[in-house]
Every structure is written in structure tokens, then in C-alpha cells.
Design a protein around this ligand. Sequence first.
Ligand SMILES: C[S@@+](CC[C@H](N)C(=O)[O-])C[C@H]1O[C@@H](n2cnc3c(N)ncnc32)[C@H](O)[C@@H]1O
Length: 227
Amino acid sequence: MNIDVFTLFPDAFTWFRSQRHVANAMQQGHALECVDPRATTPLRWGQVDDTPFGGGAGMVLRVDVMEAALRARYGVDPVELPRRRRVIALTPAGRQLDDALASELAGEEELTLLCGRYEGFDERILERFCSEQLSIGRYVLAGGELAAMVTCDAVLRKLPGVLGKDASAVEESFSPALGGAPEYPHYTRPADWRGWPVPDVLLSGHHENVRRWRLEQSRLRAGDPLP
Ligand SMILES: C[S@@+](CC[C@H](N)C(=O)[O-])C[C@H]1O[C@@H](n2cnc3c(N)ncnc32)[C@H](O)[C@@H]1O
């Protein structure tokens, strides 16, 4: 899988790339590359944004700047791109990321993520160059970089061989294996700490009973959010 992240702050991804599962993915031949629109801006002094028509606070990312960046990267008019690959703008009001969408994106060979900053994107970028908009939640961040990392994290850990054990990603909160419910509780040693015992069934060695108990716990948690 090749993921291109268009960002004005490529250095923000240095820590993310060093995370074990991301590094594993890179070693397996997957790619996560940052593209800085400032490097190809047709404007002087590296300008990438401008004041909004109609007035208002903040600066807006320019459509000509994003066109130049996408054109330089893919060698085509970016209006062609949504037919060829998923070009996803990170926006607070986009489709909300969830486990199903992360799995869907993990099935793509090519992904493009656009990070906004300041007041956001000129609307023509969203309308003409993007296939969709994606939000990581109903709140506003200062920029799309964290949202891109959250998305890449959720997607990359779905790829086979990226986690230490592939099974870790199968039976997880919201996964089809648990019918979309939250995961069951986990315990480890010591079996008793300050009089807080681990449930007996987990110490029983009876795999079928453990499996049933976990499914039941998962279903119980599906009703209400945990405190
Ligand atoms: C300060 S925000 C712009 C907010 C915009 N003016 C609005 O009210 O919707 C700057 C950038 O951060 C990113 N961003 C902020 N919150 C986000 C969220 N919840 N999910 C995804 N991206 C987000 C987007 O790329 C956005 O263009």
C-alpha cells in the first residue's frame, strides 16, 4: 500500500514513522510519504494560503497551490485523480472514521490524504480534486496532521504482518469478530492484587468457557459506553 500525505508540516510525521507497526509496514514494502505543497507552490516566497473572499478570520489553502502539488506528484490534471485513487481531504465535517472505514481503506493500494491548516481548504479543492472527506471526530484540530496519523495508524495495523501477531487485530473493539461491540476485559499477573481477583474463568484453562465469557462481556459492553 502506498500512502501519500500532503502536509505543510512533514516533520510532524517523524515520530509516527518510527512507531513499531509503521516501521514494520515500511519494511514490508508499504510506503508512507509526505508531500509538502510549499515545495511546488507557483507563488512567491512559498505562499500557500490567502485571505477568504467575503472576509472573515483565518487563511484558506489555495486551490492553485494544491493543484500544483498534486500535478507534480501524479503527473496528471488532479481533476482526474478521484477516478484513479482515493483522494481524501481531512476535514472536521467529513465522514467519520470508524473500524469499517479503516478496513475499507486498508484494502486500497493507493491512498492520498490532504491535511488542511488554518481556516481549511478552498472549497474547489474538495469539490474538484478529492473523492471524499474524512473526519476523526466532531471537534476541530489546528491541522490535519494528527487526523492523518490517526487514519494511517488505524489503517496500517490492519495490514497482514504489520502487528507482531496478526490475531491481535482480528478480535478487537468494533471488529466484525465481535459483532461491532467493544472488546472484552483483559487481565494479567498478579491473579490477585489488593483483593481484586481476576475472574475465575480466565484461570480455569477451559478454552470454550473463556471464549463464551469473553463474548458475553463484549456484548454486555455494547449497550452503554464504558465509564
Ligand atoms: C482549524 S481546522 C479548520 C476548521 C474549519 N474552519 C471548520 O470550521 O470546519 C484546520 C484543518 O485541520 C484539519 N482538521 C481539524 N479538525 C479535524 C477533524 N476533526 N478531523 C479531520 N481533520 C481535521 C482539517 O484538515 C482542517 O482543514
